[in-house]
Design a protein around this ligand. Structure first.
Ligand code: SF4
Length: 102
């Protein structure tokens, strides 16, 4: 099973070299080297919900507290959570705190 990054699932074109980078630049999820390898993704590609200011929907999103409701309903989040399974799924970046219902 190939493990796709969010930009490969969503085909947003906002990854480095992507067709839509002229609009907003490269998405923070694709640039977040501190997340590299999380859920076996490239940079933040498989933990994009925990990366602040991503470009989903063609506009800059907030931090995790602001976007958690929409991210948890997102096909990328659900797909990666399912693929990784309860044992290895990373919800947050290492060192990042999770505050439910903030
Ligand atoms: S977080 Fe959204 S906008 Fe950013 S690369 Fe992933 S799918 Fe594209």
């Amino acid at each position: 099973m190939s493990k796709l990054n969010c930009w490969e699932v969503k085909k947003c074109g906002r990854e480095a070299g992507g067709v839509k980078t002229g609009e907003l630049g490269v998405c923070p999820a694709a640039l977040d080297t501190s997340s590299n390898g999380a859920n076996s993704g490239k940079n933040g590609g498989r933990i994009c919900w925990a990366v602040a200011g991503t470009f989903c929907g063609g506009k800059v999103q907030g931090d995790f507290a602001q976007k958690q409701v929409s991210c948890m309903a997102c096909e990328v989040f659900k797909k990666i959570k399912h693929e990784e399974g309860a044992e290895s799924f990373m919800l947050m970046k290492s060192g990042q705190a999770y505050h439910a219902n903030r």
